[in-house]
Design a protein around this ligand. Structure first.
Ligand SMILES: NC(=O)c1ccc[n+]([C@@H]2O[C@H](COP(=O)([O-])OP(=O)(O)OC[C@H]3O[C@@H](n4cnc5c(N)ncnc54)[C@H](O)[C@@H]3O)[C@@H](O)[C@H]2O)c1
Length: 441
């Protein structure tokens, strides 16, 4: 497949709807890395290695030296927000990165001003911005976004553009008839159908232009048949949803381990406090519902109570998020896990994770942008299930169960890269090493 991948020539535009805590932490981070001030820790594309061939070959290149990814120096950032603060002001407000670091990249950050957003309070009650587009209907809004994308590309001399949604979580929307086909969706755009949320309008505009779209929030957005159809039609990669950070990251690291050892799980109680704008938005029950659905699916899918009822049939799983302003972006989470082992004897695990939400999310946005651009150049269109590694609620083909186990997700991601580059897939069987030894004796 290697010969089919277009080289990463020219500049890559990364456009971000939602220049809040995560978006600004990414942008400030990449600029500071490019200035030699920091390291891109947590980004697999920058710091991760991949094993190639047999263990005896000792080949472990960096992923960025193995697959043709855009260079960080070739990235140009832009985006939209409902607030008109430039990226420096927004990053200062978000209080994720310390002022000293932000001042070191201030001119670059100040130069990035958000374009007017497509926004509607009906989907996010707790925000009140004024940097908002106006048009007769949602179809016209989509055309305005498409014009933004094309203008940005031209003004910045980009050869390619990708979009990663870092906007707030919208209220919960059930999939309905307007999401079923592209024709119904386009009709719905023209009729201002309330089941078409702003994030879907961004996605529609991007996909129409063949611009890859990844969704970092738990919103439905591209996870609907109409936009999957459009992605296929325009041969565009899509991926989602909800960045896997914090508590869910821990859950998908720990739960596969318990299941691997056939240990039972009776209860998993997870609670969080966070005080950033994301926390404020999630304080509204309609918006929390979207997040809750995304967070709850993880455990059931890893433990599979239906195929192992003795160990997981009585699992009680509860997730709570509480808005607590004093903690800002420094989310704190507690998990109480009731497990049982040999002969049914019970044990408990307690986790208290003092994390930094946007510090965990920013490298995910970078990896997604670079891998989505790679996918596009490799002619991989539609749902990119190999990027499940990055999501709480991975988008899959409708008939498939999503894989939540982070280790299986990593194997899939790495094997996809090996496949793209014409390297042998690694099955971890390894019997051949011993067979060779026996024959050599
Ligand atoms: N930080 C994490 O670890 C994490 C993990 C998973 C998912 N997420 C999701 O990522 C998103 C961003 O998180 P954050 O902490 O940066 O939140 P944030 O509130 O700091 O930033 C979101 C920004 O999006 C803007 N926005 C809202 N609707 C918009 C629209 N229609 N168009 C353009 N801009 C819009 C808001 O004004 C805000 O500035 C949220 O949906 C959050 O749930 C974050």
């Amino acid at each position: 497949m290697t010969e089919n991948i277009q080289p990463a020539e020219g500049k890559l535009g990364i456009l971000i709807p939602g220049l809040g805590a995560v978006g600004t932490t990414l942008i400030a981070g990449v600029i500071s890395v490019n200035k030699g001030l920091s390291q891109p820790i947590g980004a697999l594309t920058q710091m991760g290695n991949i094993r190639l061939g047999k263990r005896t070959e000792n080949r472990y290149p960096l992923i960025k030296d193995f697959v043709p990814l855009a260079n960080l120096k070739d990235i140009v950032f832009g985006g939209w927000d409902v607030y008109s603060d430039n990226v420096f002001e927004s990053a200062m407000n978000a209080k994720v990165l310390e002022p000293m670091l932000l001042h070191a990249v201030k001119p670059e950050l100040e130069a990035i001003k958000p374009m007017k957003a497509v926004f509607d309070k009906a989907y996010i009650k707790n925000l009140d911005g004024t940097n908002i587009k106006e048009a007769a209907n949602k179809y016209e809004l989509a055309k305005m976004l498409a014009a933004d994308i094309e203008n940005f590309k031209e003004a910045n001399g980009c050869s390619r553009v990708v979009i990663v949604w870092c906007g707030s979580t919208e209220k919960y929307i059930e999939p309905s008839a307007v999401h079923e086909t592209l024709a119904a969706f386009e009709e719905g755009l023209k009729n201002n159908d309330p089941a078409i949320a702003p994030s879907m309008i961004y996605a529609y505009a991007a996909l129409k232009l063949g611009v890859p779209f990844a969704n970092g929030a738990p919103n439905l957005t591209v996870d609907i048949p109409a936009l999957i159809e459009l992605a296929k039609e325009t041969e565009t990669p899509i991926a989602g949803k909800d960045f896997k950070t914090g508590q869910t990251l821990m859950k998908t690291i720990l739960a596969p381990g318990l299941q691997a050892r056939a240990l039972g799980v009776r209860g998993w109680f997870s609670t969080n406090i966070l005080g950033n704008r994301d926390g404020l938005v999630l304080d509204d029950p309609d918006n929390f519902k979207t997040k809750e659905v995304s967070k709850l699916s993880v455990l059931e899918d890893i433990l599979q109570p239906d195929i192992n009822p003795e160990l997981y049939g009585d699992l009680y799983h509860k997730v709570r998020i509480n808005y607590y302003p004093p903690h800002g972006d420094n989310k704190e989470s507690w998990d109480n896990i009731d497990i049982f082992g040999w002969l049914g004897y019970s044990m408990q695990i307690k986790i208290n994770f003092l994390c930094r939400d946007s510090i965990l999310a920013a490298p995910i946005v970078l990896d997604l942008a670079l891998f989505m651009d790679l996918a596009k150049r490799a002619n991989m269109s539609g749902i990119q299930e190999w990027l499940s590694f990055y999501f709480k609620s991975p988008q899959t083909a409708p008939e498939l169960r999503p894989e939540h186990d982070i280790f299986k997700q990593l194997i899939k991601l790495q094997n996809t890269l090996r496949h793209m580059m014409g390297e042998d897939l690694i099955t971890h069987l390894g019997l051949d090493y011993y067979q060779d030894l026996v024959e050599a004796l």
